[in-house]
Design a protein around this ligand. Structure first.
Ligand code: ZN
Length: 144
């Protein structure tokens, strides 16, 4: 049964895996116990973001890299609908990009940015501000 637990800090997430703190938004969903954790005083949308991962039974690391992008964008769209956030997506996009290219997968940078584009622009209709953030991400990556 799905539970939500509010914790004081991301250090209280019940995992030793540093990649789990991937969103930099203070939420963590534990598959085994079907429990979403989030840090107190974080915006309300963070809880909905984790709730969507829980509802859809998203895996932490799906076999196909692009599915991890789909899961994150899906959770963000849900929380946006339910609680109006995140209003900007840049931090989350950076963490998705990092997961794709060096943390969880070894996707080449160009392929990673294309996967994000595909999910955001071809498969979903995302808010205009998020599109701006996608272009900002692309600009930054070209300088890295
Ligand atoms: Zn997420």
């Amino acid at each position: 049964m799905f539970n939500i637990v509010v914790v004081d800090s991301w250090r209280d997430f019940p995992t030793d895996d540093p990649t789990i703190k991937h969103h930099a938004v203070s939420g963590y969903y534990d598959e085994e116990t079907d429990t979403a954790y989030y840090v107190k005083d974080t915006p309300r949308w963070v809880g909905f973001h984790e709730e969507k991962h829980a509802i859809e039974k998203h895996k932490d690391r799906p076999r196909n890299a692009i599915d991890s992008v789909r899961n994150e964008i899906e959770a963000c769209l849900y929380s946006y609908e339910m609680a109006g956030g995140p209003r900007r997506l840049l931090r989350i996009l950076i963490s998705i990009y990092n997961d794709l290219t060096f943390r969880d997968y070894n996707v080449p940078p160009k392929r990673a940015i294309e996967m994000i584009r595909q999910v955001m622009f071809d498969e979903n209709d995302v808010p205009e501000k998020w599109k701006e953030d996608y272009f900002e991400l692309r600009k930054r990556i070209s300088k890295w």
